[in-house]
Design a protein. Structure first.
Length: 673
């Protein structure tokens, strides 16, 4: 068989990526000329005026004239350019015959003069591509050679790897056409643009995270794990499933390991019907494939990926691996969690010295690296729009935008617009609320890095119970805690959770907890008695199913990784088993006269009042909680607005009286007024 590797001229001008391929075509043209000469010598129809419909022998001779040389390019290096066909053959283990068949099949896509020549040699000018018989003839191989024919079998490397298609299966084998995919043609010519079929499904890998070593709060476990994976990637190709505890950790681990191993990679998130094009793209570029965002039923996708043992595939996801996904199990690995390294995604955009404590500002957020980088860019854009230096407030707004959630299907979102100055509470509950925010901010370090988690599959969630009478500030306090952490507050709508059908309530709660686990938000169960109430003695099936709901909630709270707050008007209604699992129980006392006066003054701080208005008498005589005081001030404001006047003491008195009447309480004696 002819050798298809042409000699290189070291004095030739510079390197065109297609030059090696064109040199091979020149060798192929010589081979075609020999075959034409051989066919013409003993062809009885050579003089037939109708032959070919029609391509004369003179026309064939004209087509076989030497190709005109391309105009010289700019001077370049003396070394020969990369021979992509040779490199591809070496990388995929193709034989010399495979490479020759590829070259023969691709020739008409590179040089139009091969079309009529192939038509002439096929004895049919309409057959302008190489057939199996013509390819074997040009290789000098007998048509009955079983070994050569086997190289075109569907399971042979060329067809199986998506590099060559044997078309027209209805024809006899020797008459079937050979076609090379357009993507392979482009690759051989030096074009690395991905296949159009993969548009929207291929994404660049995030930059590898900066290692944090063994510093306090660092990610030493994560870094060591990534290095062990890199050492394995340096060996034969493998398929691995990287299970992540936090969204983005698996992708960051894959990026770090591939970078350490010196391998290029591409991230794929698409349907299984695009896997053949994906694997061909990986083979052409010598890339590893990183798959993120598995479908609900990933079995078909994994089966196709596992059918390519020559391509390294890293799959990331939060779900435990299911053996039913694939008959051949991948290497299943648990990715250690990251904490400190997450700051690197922010600082890479914002710089190492943004002017404030960046680590403390972004600690409540668990965004993957790519979304953290997007949030950092958005924060800079917001600061530019405001015309002010970048501040933690800009980062919080941008981070909340990147933490969009499906919780709104089951909960009402509140964008906190309050702070600690809006709370009028005794020192003890106020201190506990600040501690709750502190726990939420540093839970990854204490429970993760310092290994103080209780184990047994328990999560790293922060759970608090706010107990107190209606209107004492429980919901407002939850909003303040969310504002302190820079998170949104989601108030669970119990009407969308509790269901009369058995098992449906648990399903609804599972959806909420699952979504809250992956969302940077504070979850508020207002009036939590409805779902966290005490278990009762089983007297009938209703009691048994109610107790099953409570048992499910107890188990789910154990594994919760988010921030959840419960409120109740009567602490005694909450099951003791729930109370044991809480981090803090904050009691909200009914305000005394001094606190009531502070609440009246705080509510009136933005209301236009007449001279001499004094809230002291109503604060002393009307025992109202903070929520009722605010409602009384709203009533007084409406009365004043209706008159077109300022709020007076009489308006405050009327507002307080109406709150008493709504509660069905007796009014204080009229003598004082």
């Amino acid at each position: 068989m002819t050798t298809w590797t042409p000699p290189y001229d070291a004095t030739a001008p510079a390197a065109d990526p297609a030059a090696p391929l064109l040199a091979r075509l020149a060798v192929l043209r010589d081979r075609v000329a020999l075959l034409v000469e051989h066919r013409s010598a003993d062809d009885p129809t050579a003089g037939d005026p109708l032959r070919g419909l029609y391509l004369s022998e003179e026309a064939v001779r004209h087509l076989l004239r030497p190709a005109e040389p391309a105009p010289p390019g700019p001077p370049g290096p003396a070394e020969p350019p990369d021979d992509r066909l040779a490199a591809l053959s070496a990388r995929l283990g193709l034989t010399e015959l495979d490479a020759a068949l590829l070259l023969i099949a691709v020739a008409p896509d590179l040089d139009r003069s091969f079309e009529p020549l192939y038509g002439y040699l096929n004895d049919d000018v309409s057959r302008r591509r190489a057939t199996v018989a013509l390819a074997l003839d040009l290789c000098g191989i007998a048509a009955h050679s079983a070994g050569a024919r086997a190289r075109l079998h569907p399971t042979a490397p060329l067809p199986a790897l998506g590099l060559l298609a044997v078309e027209e299966p209805e024809r006899p084998f020797l008459s079937r056409s050979l076609r090379v995919p357009d993507r392979l043609v482009a690759h051989l010519l030096g074009d690395d643009t991905p296949d159009a079929a993969l548009t929207g499904h291929l994404h660049p890998l995030p930059p590898p995270p900066e290692p944090d070593g063994e510093e306090p709060g660092g990610d030493g476990d994560f870094t060591r794990f990534a290095h062990r994976l890199a050492a394995r990637l340096a060996g034969p190709p493998l398929t691995a499933y990287l299970r992540e505890g936090r969204e983005g950790d698996g992708l960051a681990c894959a990026a770090a390991a591939l970078d350490t191993a010196g391998l290029a990679g591409v991230r794929f998130s698409g349907p299984e019907d695009r896997v053949p094009e994906l694997l061909r793209e990986a083979r052409l570029g010598g890339h590893a494939v990183v798959v993120s965002g598995l479908p609900e039923q990933p079995a078909a996708l994994l089966r196709q990926l596992r059918a390519a043992p020559d391509v390294t595939v890293l799959i990331t996801g939060p779900r435990p691996y299911d053996p039913q996904w694939s008959e051949q199990d991948p290497l299943v690995l648990e990715v250690p969690g990251r904490r400190a390294g997450v700051v690197g995604a922010w600082s890479a955009v914002l710089g190492a010295r943004p002017g404030f404590d960046l680590a403390a500002t972004v600690a409540p957020y668990h965004l993957p690296d790519d979304r953290a980088a997007r949030a950092a860019h958005a924060a800079r854009a917001l600061a530019g729009f405001d015309g002010t230096p970048l501040s933690p407030a800009h980062l919080r707004v941008a981070a909340r935008q990147q933490s969009a959630s499906g919780l709104e299907q089951h909960a009402r979102r509140i964008r906190p617009a309050v702070d600690w100055t809006d709370l009028v509470l005794p020192d003890r509950p106020l201190t506990q609320l600040r501690e709750l925010a502190l726990r939420a901010r540093h839970r990854d370090r204490v429970l993760g890095d310092w290994r103080l988690s209780a184990g047994g599959g328990r999560g790293r969630g922060v759970l608090g119970l706010f107990a107190g009478e209606s209107g004492t500030g429980k919901t407002l306090s939850a909003e303040v805690v969310a504002a302190e952490l820079g998170l949104d507050l989601y108030v669970v709508q119990l009407s969308s959770v509790v269901d009369k059908y058995v098992g449906e309530t648990e399903k609804n709660l599972e959806r909420i907890f699952t979504e809250a686990d992956r969302t940077d938000a504070v979850l508020l169960f207002d009036e939590a008695d409805a779902v966290f109430g005490k278990r009762s003695e089983v007297k009938d099936s209703h009691d048994r199913y109610a107790n099953m709901e409570s048992a499910y909630l107890l188990q789910r709270l154990e594994s919760f990784d988010g921030i959840a707050l419960l409120t109740t008007n009567l602490r005694a209604n909450i099951d003791e088993a729930f109370t044991r699992r809480l981090d803090l129980v904050v009691d909200f006392p009914f305000p005394d006269a001094g606190q009531r006066l502070a609440l009246w003054r705080h509510s009136l701080s933005h209301v236009p009042c007449a001279d001499g208005v004094d809230a002291g008498p109503v604060a002393a005589d009307f025992e109202l909680a903070g929520g009722s005081i605010r409602s009384a001030v709203v009533t007084a404001a409406y009365l004043a607005a209706g008159r077109g006047d300022l709020v007076t003491s009489a308006d405050l008195l009327e507002g307080a009286r109406r709150e008493y009447r709504k509660a069905g309480r007796l009014l204080p004696g009229e003598g004082a007024w």
